[in-house]
Write a protein that binds this ligand. Structure first.
Ligand SMILES: [Zn+2]
Length: 499
């Protein structure tokens, strides 16, 4: 018993302390007498505490102290040491207290709680013995220490009634009966993220398992597992990078496209731009696991790029002359994961295993002609859109519309949507008077129903240059511009490309 060891240590240090004093004899006598005294006065009590020493204290050891050192010793004793009682319950020393009321108070509170748990009057029914000792004040047991002992006895009776409540960050998750199975479950939850490199694993939340006696509902261990693995939905953001698609982002975040669209009401899902920030769903498990791994891995080192000016190429274009070879380095790092997702990486050292070789790139310096394509489109004319791209109902039947119809007055200027070369300018069936511009990347733009044409095949035109006047030629019910964008010969929705 810890208290007993404590008590003995207190006595031992007292004896050794006193042993070093010059007036050794009376003190040694005191020590021996104290022992003797407590043996004589120790008595058995049941539950209640008798007036043990109040009347006898005058006959106690202090009386035996005499001589010049007596006062000094008494002061030392009252400062550091305290007359106290070793409490022996059913033959086992369980605590050292300064006052019998400490014992009474402990018993009273345990009896109160025991009665509440068990549903009948519970009494601490033990043989309690008090032995006088002198102890270091700091070694005295508190009421709490003592209550713990009586609780352990209550435990033996009420153990069958005990259950365990799991709290995560102070929030109750549920109650289970089997502590061993619960501990096993918690261990399994941790082990899910452990790899051969893991150096530490712990729960990221504050986890508490508290014994309880009353519970409305008991969970099975698998129900508890589900409750701890359940996720609440939070929201985080995602920044669009090159190559992303709306559906791809939705899929990667365990969402449907419509859920993603719902979270991002202001975003046109057909026109994602690099750097756009989207709201995405984030699943936060009730209980998170944080693992730390010490790892050594190799990674490539990018090739440095050397550029060479080339006056035969336009500004903005470039060409690889020599493709470099990537280097390789070994990295030693400590990586922190939450639920298997990296949250932090601390690089300790990097060792180059192989230097990369340089990539040599030719960079154009020639001034770009005004008629070169910019790669983006402008509106050929501003006006009301009277018919959109796709299937529509017109002339009494459903038909496919390969472009946008933009209302215009007759003679309104029609502008090239981007720079390029005129590859058709003339009358073509239902298009009426039509201009087709082929752009540098092969894409084509169509401008139909014009009243007159201002360019010829082979002309280089710049973005924003007027190429025709609006009209209602061909299959048309009123003056407008039929605008089409074709990529690899296939008409696409111009709204996906226009600003
Ligand atoms: Zn049209």
């Amino acid at each position: 018993m810890a208290q007993e060891t404590k008590k003995n240590k207190g006595m031992e240090s007292l004896l050794s302390y006193l042993g070093n004093m010059p007036w050794r004899e009376p003190v040694a006598r005191f020590a021996a007498t104290a022992k003797e005294w407590s043996r004589i006065h120790g008595r058995r009590v049941v539950h209640t505490v008798h007036g043990l020493v109040s009347g006898n204290r005058a006959a106690g050891p202090i009386t035996y102290l005499a001589g010049a050192g007596a006062l000094a010793v008494a002061l030392t004793l009252t400062t550091l040491y305290s007359p106290s009682y070793a409490i022996t319950v059913d033959g086992e020393t369980v605590a050292v207290v300064s006052d019998e009321s400490v014992v009474e108070q402990a018993i009273r509170s345990v009896e109160q709680e025991g009665s509440a748990i068990l549903g009948y009057d519970y009494h601490v029914d033990s043989d309690i013995e008090y032995n006088f000792v002198v102890s270091l004040r700091s070694d005295l047991s508190s009421e709490e220490n003592l209550a713990d002992y009586f609780y352990s006895q209550l435990d033996e009776i009420s153990g069958e009634l005990r259950k365990y409540q799991v709290l995560v960050d102070g929030k109750a998750v549920g109650v289970v009966k089997d502590l061993d199975a619960l501990n096993q479950l918690l261990e399994n939850l941790k082990q899910r993220y452990v790899t051969e490199d893991t150096v530490s694993v712990e729960f990221a939340n504050q986890l508490e398992v508290a014994p309880v006696y009353q519970a409305d509902q008991i969970m099975t261990i698998s129900e508890m597992e589900q409750a701890l693995l359940a996720s609440s939905t939070g929201s985080t953001t995602y920044t669009v990078v090159e190559g992303d698609t709306f559906n791809g982002i939705a899929y990667a975040n365990n969402m449907s496209s419509s859920e993603l669209a719902e979270l991002n009401p202001g975003v046109d899902i057909n026109r994602l731009m690099i750097g756009d920030v989207l709201n995405v769903k984030e699943l936060i498990p009730v209980l998170s696991v944080e693992t730390v791994e010490d790892v050594i891995y190799t990674q490539s080192i990018e090739c440095p790029v050397e550029t060479r000016d080339d006056s035969s190429m336009y500004i903005g274009s470039s060409k690889i002359l020599v493709q470099g070879v990537e280097g390789e380095e070994q990295v030693s790092a400590t990586i922190t994961y939450r639920n298997g997702q990296e949250t932090n990486r601390e690089i300790h050292s990097t060792t180059t295993l192989r230097e990369p070789t340089a990539t040599v790139k030719a960079v154009g310096t020639k001034e770009k002609p005004k008629t070169a394509s910019t790669g983006s489109y402008r509106w050929p004319i501003t006006g009301t859109i009277t018919s959109y791209f796709g299937t529509r109902y017109i002339f009494g039947s459903y038909s496919y519309h390969s472009g946008l119809d933009i209302a215009a007055y007759t003679g309104a200027p029609i502008y090239a949507a981007d720079g390029g070369t005129v590859t058709f300018s003339g009358y073509r069936g239902s298009y009426g008077y039509l201009v087709v511009i082929t752009h540098d990347n092969g894409a084509q733009t169509y401008y139909g129903h014009n009243s007159s044409l201002l360019v010829s095949v082979g002309d280089k035109v710049y973005k924003g240059q007027q190429i025709a006047k609006a009209g209602s030629t061909g299959r048309s019910t009123g003056p407008h511009c039929h605008f089409e964008i074709r990529i690899n010969g296939t008409a696409v929705n111009p709204l996906s490309y226009l600003p």
